[in-house]
Design a protein around this ligand. Structure first.
Ligand SMILES: [Zn+2]
Length: 131
């Protein structure tokens, strides 16, 4: 595999695209791979600060939340059953443990899913192309 496949496209190249893995894991711009895609935890920026890509037309919809529900929810249920049957803790342990794990994991999964969905939208629909 050539090493150039992982390098970000030049900001002046409107047809270039950053690798999906980088965009999803780092939450960076799908075109240049340098500017931040998200502001705060989950809010999509209006424009890439590095290359100026207009991101206003992109919307991941409910996809990131669905990913969090399926992935984190299933993992939490399996974990809760395992902890219950292995250690038999009092209920207050479950009440403290699972929200402390599920809430940050949900935000992390939603950030990755949102960045991935916006990058796929940009690649296949080219919304905001040429801005
Ligand atoms: Zn950019």
């Amino acid at each position: 595999m050539p090493a150039a496949a992982d390098s970000p496209a030049a900001p002046s190249d409107p047809g270039g695209a950053a690798p999906l893995s980088r965009v999803a894991l780092r939450g960076c711009c799908p075109r240049c791979g340098r500017g931040a895609l998200l502001r705060g935890l989950l809010e999509l920026r209006e424009r890439c600060e590095a290359c100026g890509l207009d991101l206003r037309a992109h919307d991941a919809g409910d996809g990131p939340a669905v990913g969090a529900i399926f992935l984190v929810g299933a993992a939490a249920m399996l974990g809760a059953f395992w902890v219950e049957f292995r250690f038999e803790p009092p209920l207050w342990v479950h009440a403290l443990l699972w929200p402390a794990l599920v809430l940050p994991a949900s935000v992390l999964v939603m950030r990755v899913a949102k960045a991935l969905l916006v990058a796929l939208q940009w690649r296949h629909r080219r919304l905001g192309h040429g801005v």
